[in-house]
Design a protein around this ligand. Structure first.
Ligand SMILES: C[S@@+](CC[C@H](N)C(=O)[O-])C[C@H]1O[C@@H](n2cnc3c(N)ncnc32)[C@H](O)[C@@H]1O
Length: 410
């Protein structure tokens, strides 16, 4: 598959992806975590059996790196090949214009992986830099690292829009210290007042602006014909006040399969860069949730998994009996005095191993769902008259949210 650098190519890819995910929806729509038996297990018993016998370390390895050709049921291998081919996206090449090299002091207060992300993003932006830009706008700027690095590289002033005053203030201090001419706007980007920042001689950059916040940039920035929009989206499940996913492009509206919040969460369920501590905590949380589910089914006769909602870290740190006790108290029922906690914990460990292994089938569709969503947004910008492409701006080890929409108004 070639580059995603014009509307026709993006639409063709979008339709192929839409067909692929719709055809196999039975494999990704149901979360094994929430079901005692996953419906597709009956149709594909050999795959279910193969997955369930995988040791833990293999499951982790395949979750991040995909299945190896040897030792993998042919259907899984073929699905993986199709998904990979449909999601092929070129890596950005780097700046096509000469840039100043940042002196070391520039990277003060930026941690290792973030720094590499910023350098890659800046390069990918400069490769397509709109020459008529007179000011850079950093959308959901945080401490404004991106806007600051870019502004320095191209000798232009910058505007940071960020609603957290502490981060915005730190951004202003850093810019001042580095001699960058910057204006800080402490505001909700969704506030229509920010329209004054979206004028045709400005280029807007947004590194990991969540779901609807980036959509707003696309729609309002596009309408105002800003010189350039460079957005690496993330948190697709943050859909704003509508509470559900919607396609923005014509092809998305006519051909896009329904994407639930759970599908959008699946699209970002990577652990590639999560530290071990975070992974261990997540495992414990999932184990406690599954154990709690088994207990509810036995004691109160629940027949479906009901999520206890967001769990505070202090709750997950408790022992399993204490954890269940708290939740049962919250739900207003009592746990029998002679509850066999050891057996529940053991069953929870088994369930977690099994559901994680079965979820490998779902994980095959992660990138396809992500691409569908991102292509829809890129096509939308193209429909607004922009010259658009979609690239990967960095290596996945730096961030799994590595897709970048680059739009330049001609
Ligand atoms: C994932 S961080 C990205 C920060 C920065 N672009 C970076 O890559 O380091 C998202 C930022 O958006 C800010 N933010 C979230 N909602 C916002 C809103 N409605 N308006 C303005 N900023 C917002 C958060 O405070 C946070 O700093």
């Amino acid at each position: 598959m070639g580059p995603l650098d014009n509307r026709n190519v993006m639409e063709t890819r979008f339709v192929a992806l839409a067909r692929f995910v719709a055809e196999h929806q039975a494999l990704w729509q149901v979360r094994p975590f929430a079901e005692l038996v996953v419906p597709w297990e009956h149709d594909l018993p050999e795959i279910a059996t193969w997955l369930k016998q995988l040791p833990d370390d293999r499951v982790d390895e395949y979750w991040d790196g995909g299945f190896p050709e040897t030792d993998c049921p042919p259907l899984l291998w073929s699905l993986q090949q199709q998904a990979q081919s449909l999601c092929t996206t070129p890596l950005a090449e780097g700046p096509s214009m000469p840039t100043k090299r940042h002196p070391v002091v520039w990277y003060w207060r930026i941690k290792g992986r973030k720094l590499e992300q910023l350098q890659s993003f800046t390069s990918a932006v400069l490769e397509k830099w709109p020459a008529n830009t007179q000011r850079i706008v950093d959308w959901c700027a945080g401490k404004g690292h991106l806007g600051r690095c870019l502004a320095w590289a191209v000798d232009l002033p910058a505007t940071f829009i960020e609603f957290d005053p502490i981060l915005a203030n730190m951004g202003a201090q850093l810019a001042k210290r580095m001699g960058v001419d910057c204006e800080t706007v402490v505001a909700d980007v969704l506030d229509l007042q920010t329209d004054r920042c979206l004028t045709p001689n400005r280029t807007v950059v947004a590194l990991h602006a969540c779901g609807h916040l980036g959509d707003d940039l696309l729609l309002r920035g596009g309408r105002n014909k800003v010189a350039g929009i460079f957005w690496a989206p993330c948190c697709y499940h943050r859909t704003g006040s509508s509470g559900k996913h919607r396609y923005l492009s014509s092809i998305g509206v006519s051909h896009g399969p329904y994407l639930s919040k759970s599908a959008l969460r699946l699209a970002i369920a990577d652990e590639v860069v999560a530290p071990d501590r975070q992974r261990r905590f997540r495992r414990r949380e999932q184990q406690w949730r599954l154990g709690w589910d088994l207990l509810r089914r036995d004691v109160v006769g629940a027949t479906t998994y009901e999520s206890p909602g967001m769990l505070a870290p202090e709750l997950v740190q408790l022992s399993f009996p204490e954890f269940c006790d708290r939740l049962a108290h919250r739900e207003g029922w009592e746990i029998p005095a002679h509850c066999d906690w050891v057996a529940y914990e053991r069953r929870a460990v088994d369930r977690l191993r099994e559901t994680t292994a079965l979820s490998l089938v779902r994980s095959l569709f992660r990138r396809s769902l992500e691409m569908l969503h991102v292509l829809d947004r890129a096509i939308t910008l193209s429909e607004m008259g922009y010259s658009v492409d979609v690239v990967r701006f960095c290596d996945r080890r730096l961030t799994p949210r590595d897709l970048l929409i680059r739009g330049v108004f001609p």
